[in-house]
Each structure stands twice: as structure tokens, then as C-alpha cells.
Design a protein around this ligand. Structure first.
Ligand code: FAD
Length: 475
């Protein structure tokens, strides 16, 4: 007879493993099924985020930033290094070790919280009297039943038509995180978050990086003023970005990859590179779930259809994270996982989509929360804005990193903060203050009146809030 659980989670990425832990904390007998395998065929929970996403990319971004600092910035601090050498194999194995620490950490958390972990692929078999029967196909095959099922199967990289990923020459995020030798010429199709982060890593390590982007604007989702500042900084670093292109064909041979495309002006062009990273979006992982067996509804793109509460069309079947609508971000997946576990427990789990922070971990980092200036204009909302440049911040000068600014957007009448946008050092950390402020519906004046440590980058946040009222103190 199949083992019965209160909650079965399919997928052990940030959406799934966090949902499972929260469900167990709430007293539910919980199972989590995940199929990701490490190099030895063993379990590697944590999903895209831990294995080929957030964590390894940040490990390589950190290592490559150290390399760039040692090569180009240490001398400014009076530090001379001898001949700078790159041990790429060591850098990649350090990244793998960081990934493993995270995989092991999740397995430990499952044990600590008494979540039953199943390594294998989970798929629906049928609805039963006590829930849903799920088959787990791993080293062995077994069936379990969940009164509630949370689907958190994540997403996979989208390939360009006619150019499948071979992870040798045409790379997804997976291959882009393990190129064995720094390519001389690296092409990138797509200038989204993932593309820019991967491009930054390999540019810092010595590759000549060219980015082809279909959209006519650079970082279209980012506040225009911030995107312009970032574009300026990336161009200065040597990143070549061509906007408004249409890719016609990708060909690979022994010499590398050639991309024929037409420019924004319609000229036929050819980009020849040693390797090509394709980062043009991601698709929901729903194949293999056998969703038809229970009638689980998908949309035309293959994502699971959910309402605002992450409920699917089936009673007691929920879905969270990349496999449903909304931003493909690990912390969004986690928040949805927690909210669903709490809803199952009869609580009022809630995710505020307006206060989900976005971060691009390039250098300078870009981070924002809430509305952009172009969104406010389009909505006809009356607003005030205030900016403060890191150039005028003492800590940024001491760091030797004065690129960028903090920008506040506040309601013209009430002064409520509507959006905060940062390009500059440690934007990823600074944005938290803005998220908290917006969650508590703070005004720009609230931030302006709060004492911020000196010297700190957070003073730029306070000054940008002061700038909304045209009364900066240090600029
Ligand atoms: C290079 C890169 C960098 C990124 N950086 C960031 C970042 O800095 N910050 C951020 O917020 N987001 C980042 N993301 C996005 C982030 O990784 C995703 O939003 C997040 O992983 C989504 O979590 P999830 O739980 O929905 O799915 P996933 O992390 O994709 O996890 C899904 C899991 O389910 C498993 N699975 C799928 N189908 C089945 C099945 N039938 N049975 C069993 N298991 C199954 C998969 O193997 C996987 O382990 C990045 C992504 C990439 C690619």
C-alpha cells in the first residue's frame, strides 16, 4: 500500500524545499520529491537555484571580481601583485564545493524538520479517496499519496530554434557555469539578468564579450535612468551590446560558432565567436509530470495555471515558483512556498508582488523594488523623485567604487515610496531597506529622518530620500 502524507511536494528547488520545510514546521507529515542528480548520481536538492543558477553564478561572480580587482584595482590601493595567474580549474571546483555545501545543507534541513525526501521523478498517477497518488521513479520505483500536492518543478532554459544546447559550443546557463578554458571571443544572445551575469564573469576572466539583444532598449524592465547608467558602466568595461537585432541562424563547426543576424537598421551581419551563451528566457518544467492523468490545467506556454493564492484547477493541488506565472526569482518561489504551506494550515499566507526585490549581480550591481519612472508615467501617477550619486558618498569613495546612484520615487501628494532603484556597489544589500520601507508603506521622509550609520553606503539611500524633498546634505 502507498505511504500516505499530508503534503507531497514535487520539486526540491527554493519553492519546493522551503514549502516542504514550512509544511513540516506546521505539523504536516511531509514528503519532498526531487530528481536532480549530482556528478555521482546522488541527490542534489536545491533545484536550478542551487545547482546551475543563483548560487554557482554568485560564486563565480565573486571569484572573477577578485581576479579583476587583483588585476586592475589593487594597485590603486598601493598593493602590487606579481604576475597575475588564473587557475580556472580551482575557481570552478570552488564553485562546485559551494554548490555541494548548499545541497548538503538542504538534506540536513529535511532531516532536522522530518521531511521525507525521495530522490527521483515525481508524476501524477490518479486522484484517490485520500488525495493524489504520485509515482516516484528513481533508483527504485514507488508510489506515495499526498492529501495536498504542491508542484514546484521549476523551469529550464529556452533554446533558440535550430540551435539546441550542446553545452560545448552553444551553452545554456548550465554550460556557461563550467566552461573549461576562458574563451577568447564569447557571444551572448539575450541581455537579461542571467546573460549579463554570465557575460560579466567571463569578461572579467579575459573573454571579449559581445551581447546580441532582440529588444530595442537595454534592460527594458529596469528604470530608464538606472539602465542608462548601467549601460554606460558596462560599455566602459568593454562589454559590447548590440540592441534590436534579429538572429537568423546559428552554425557551429570546429572553429566555433557563427551567428548571422540583422542589425536594428536591417543590415546583414555575422558574429563569429568561440562559444555562444543563449539566454533568451526559460520554460516551465511540466513535461514528465503526467498532469493529464489528473486533469491539471496548463496555459498555452506550458506553465501551470494558478490563481493569486497558487491554487490550481484541482482541489488541494497547488503550484509555486518558476512553474507558474510571475517573476522567475528564487525568493518569489520561496515566498509562494511558505504562503501555500500556511494556507494549507488554514492561515493567511500572503505574497506582496509589489515588494519583490530584483537584483542583477553585475558590477555595478543593479537592484530595485516597486515601480519604475516609466511605469508611473504610463499609469499617469503624480510622483516626485530624488537621486543621490555614490560619487558623493564617503564610504563609496573609500571603497574606490563610486559608480551609480540611489533613486527614490514617491507619491507627489502623500510621499509614500513607490519605487527605489539602485545601481552601484552592494545594491543587492542596500535594496532591503527599501523593501522593508515599502512593506510598511513608509514615506520618503520616514527614510530621510532615520539615522543611518556613517560612513556607510546606506547613507546614499537616506540622501536620495532627502533629495525627494530637494534637501540633500552632501550633494
Ligand atoms: C544562471 C542563473 C542565475 C540565477 N540567479 C538568480 C538570483 O541571483 N536570484 C534569484 O532570485 N533567482 C535567480 N535565478 C532564478 C532562480 O534560479 C529560479 O527562479 C528558482 O530556482 C526557481 O525555483 P523553483 O523552486 O521554482 O524551481 P527550480 O529551482 O528550477 O527547482 C525545481 C526542481 O524540481 C525538480 N523537478 C522538476 N520536475 C520534477 C519532477 N517531475 N519530479 C521531481 N523533481 C522534479 C528539478 O530537477 C529541480 O530540482 C537564476 C537562474 C539562473 C539560471
Amino acid at each position: 500500500m502507498s505511504k500516505q502524507f499530508d503534503v507531497v511536494v514535487i520539486g526540491g528547488g527554493p519553492g519546493g524545499y522551503i514549502a516542504a520545510i514550512r509544511a513540516a514546521q506546521l505539523g504536516f507529515n511531509t514528503a519532498c520529491i526531487d530528481e536532480w542528480k549530482n556528478g555521482k548520481g546522488g541527490p542534489a536538492p536545491g533545484g536550478t537555484c542551487t545547482n546551475v543558477g543563483c548560487i554557482p553564478s554568485k560564486a563565480l561572480l565573486q571569484s572573477s571580481e577578485h581576479f579583476e580587482h587583483a588585476g586592475h584595482h589593487f594597485a590603486d590601493h598601493g598593493i602590487q601583485v606579481g604576475k597575475l595567474e588564473l587557475d580556472l580549474a580551482k575557481m570552478l571546483s570552488r564553485k562546485d564545493a559551494v554548490v555541494k555545501q548548499n545541497n548538503d545543507g538542504i538534506l540536513y534541513l529535511f532531516k532536522k524538520n522530518k521531511v521525507a525526501f525521495f530522490h527521483g521523478r515525481g508524476s501524477f498517477v490518479k486522484a484517490t479517496e485520500t488525495g493524489y497518488e504520485i509515482k516516484v521513479a528513481g533508483a527504485t520505483e514507488e508510489s506515495i499519496v499526498g492529501k495536498h500536492v504542491i508542484v514546484a518543478t521549476g523551469s529550464s532554459p529556452r533554446a533558440l530554434p535550430g540551435a539546441p544546447f550542446d553545452e560545448e559550443l552553444v551553452l545554456s546557463n548550465d554550460g556557461a557555469l563550467r566552461i573549461p578554458a576562458v574563451p577568447k571571443r564569447l557571444g551572448l544572445i539575450g541581455s537579461g539578468v542571467i546573460g549579463l551575469e554570465m557575460g560579466s564573469v567571463w569578461r572579467r576572466l579575459g573573454a571579449e564579450v559581445t551581447v546580441l539583444e532582440a529588444l530595442p532598449t537595454f534592460l527594458g524592465a529596469v528604470d530608464e535612468q538606472i539602465a542608462k547608467e548601467a549601460h554606460k558602466a558596462f560599455t566602459k568595461q568593454g562589454l559590447k551590446v548590440e540592441l534590436g537585432v534579429t538572429v537568423a541562424e546559428v552554425k557551429t563547426d570546429k572553429k566555433g560558432v557563427s551567428v548571422s543576424y540583422s542589425s536594428a537598421k536591417g543590415e546583414a551581419k555575422l558574429l563569429e565567436v568561440d562559444r555562444l551563451i543563449v539566454s533568451i528566457g526559460r520554460v516551465a518544467n511540466t513535461t514528465g509530470l503526467n498532469h493529464e492523468a489528473v486533469g491539471l490545467k496548463l496555459d498555452e506556454r506550458g506553465a501551470i495555471v494558478v490563481d493569486d493564492d497558487c491554487k490550481t484547477n484541482l482541489p488541494n493541488v497547488w503550484a509555486v515558483g518558476d512553474v507558474v506565472r510571475g517573476p522567475m526569482l528564487a525568493h518569489k518561489a520561496e515566498e509562494e512556498g511558505v504562503a501555500v504551506a500556511e494556507r494549507i494550515a488554514g492561515q493567511h499566507g500572503h505574497v506582496n508582488f509589489n515588494t519583490i526585490p530584483w537584483v542583477i549581480y553585475t558590477s555595478p550591481e543593479i537592484a530595485w523594488v516597486g515601480q519604475t519612472e516609466q511605469q508611473l508615467k504610463a499609469a499617469g501617477r503624480a510622483y516626485k523623485s530624488g537621486t543621490f550619486p555614490f560619487m558623493a558618498n564617503g564610504r563609496a569613495r573609500a571603497l574606490g567604487d563610486t559608480t551609480g546612484m540611489v533613486k527614490f520615487l514617491a507619491d507627489a501628494k502623500t510621499d509614500e515610496i513607490l519605487g527605489v532603484h539602485i545601481v552601484g556597489p552592494f545594491a543587492s544589500e542596500l535594496i532591503s531597506e527599501a523593501v522593508v520601507a515599502m512593506e510598511f508603506k513608509a514615506s520618503a521622509e520616514d527614510i530621510a529622518r532615520i539615522c543611518h550609520a556613517h560612513p556607510s553606503l546606506s547613507e546614499a539611500t537616506k540622501e536620495a530620500a532627502l533629495a525627494v524633498d530637494k534637501r540633500t546634505l552632501n550633494f
